[in-house]
Design a protein around this ligand. Structure first.
Ligand SMILES: [Zn+2]
Ligand SMILES: [Zn+2]
Length: 322
């Protein structure tokens, strides 16, 4: 099959190689999925740079994928063949976190595209349990539900934003969906972005664009990380909340504890999502409540997609089409 492999850590053109690899075959309990659309996550950029010690090249990156089951391994219902599925994170379902409903924090998670071959290829093999049948949403839009929109769904489970003044910091592939969903949930939403093109898209979506002097937000959702975190804490009003979900540069942030104490802020982390948040995300797409924004790339142009994302040029999501 044709696939893009991470052959070493580094810049997109050196690290990502479009190549021919043997077709994978499903083992016991697994399915073979023909990928129809794969999303390029901000996390993929961090993986490519070598920030995660558990990633050992060569490996096919990508955890966001939608496709059709074309073969099954031993012990898997043959009825699955031909079904359109989305892929979810692989968890054990038995550890103390999974048992408390935090499958996203599983101690034994096996990360697709990081610990086993991912979705930047024509085919991927995954345990059948993590290939979830669905219908009614176009694969290119559905792939957005497998990470950015489900991330938004989960973020807004940590905090009620109804009738609150909310700032979303960053209009990247996740921020744009958090902002849309916060509006659906009844918030007055502002988004901060430096890109004039993104600002005009935000306005078309009926979202506010934050201007310099704007402050006193009930909730600030930071999708960037170290470069913006201190400012996000300052923009939250007293007794407000700051949700931290972005780590774009992977750098550390230097913060004054007084900022959190004197403003009596709640600082909340939110890590990815659970598989059922993806169904909720698909439902939001089906009902037309979230507008799917993405840019299509051919699979062989994955490195270009990474470059464009790093320059902040991609509106919504880069979607790779094999
Ligand atoms: Zn993702
Ligand atoms: Zn677990």
């Amino acid at each position: 099959m044709r696939a893009v492999q991470l052959i070493k850590f580094g810049a997109p053109q050196e690290a990502l190689q479009y190549t021919e690899l043997p077709d994978p075959t499903p083992g016991p309990g697994e399915v073979l999925v023909k990928i129809e659309a794969a999303g390029v996550c901000g996390r993929d950029l961090v993986v490519r740079k070598g920030a995660f010690p558990h990633v050992k090249p060569p490996i096919i990156p990508g955890h966001e994928g939608v496709g059709k089951v074309i073969d099954v391994g031993a012990g898997v219902e043959r009825d699955l063949i031909g079904m359109r599925v989305f892929l979810s994170a692989i968890y054990d379902g038995t550890c103390d976190y999974c048992r408390r409903g935090f499958e996203n924090l599983c101690r034994n998670a096996e990360l697709l595209g990081e610990m086993r071959n991912g979705t930047y290829g024509e085919y991927v093999v995954i345990p059948a349990k993590f290939a979830h049948p669905f219908h009614g949403v176009d694969p290119k839009a559905a792939v957005l539900a497998t990470c950015p929109i489900s991330t938004a769904v989960y973020v807004l489970k940590h905090i009620d934003v109804e009738r609150k003044k909310v700032l979303v910091v960053g209009a990247g592939g996740t921020g744009i969906y958090i902002a849309q969903l916060a509006k659906v949930r009844g918030a007055e939403v502002y988004v901060s972005t430096r890109s004039p093109e993104k600002a005009s898209v935000l306005k078309e979506l009926g979202l506010g664009v934050a201007t310099e002097g704007e402050k006193d937000f009930d909730v600030v959702i930071d999708t960037v990380g170290a470069p913006t975190l201190e400012r996000s804490l300052k923009l939250a009003k007293r007794a407000g909340a700051v949700v931290v979900i972005g780590n774009v540069t992977g750098e550390k942030a230097l913060l004054s504890p007084a900022l959190v104490i004197l403003r009596q802020l709640r600082v909340i982390g939110s890590m990815a999502f659970r598989p059922w948040d993806i169904y909720e995300a698909l439902d939001l797409l089906k009902r037309g409540l979230i507008k799917p924004l993405y840019v299509e790339y051919k699979l062989q142009d994955a490195a270009k997609a990474h470059e464009d994302m790093e320059r902040g040029r991609v509106m919504g999501r880069a979607v790779l089409l094999p």
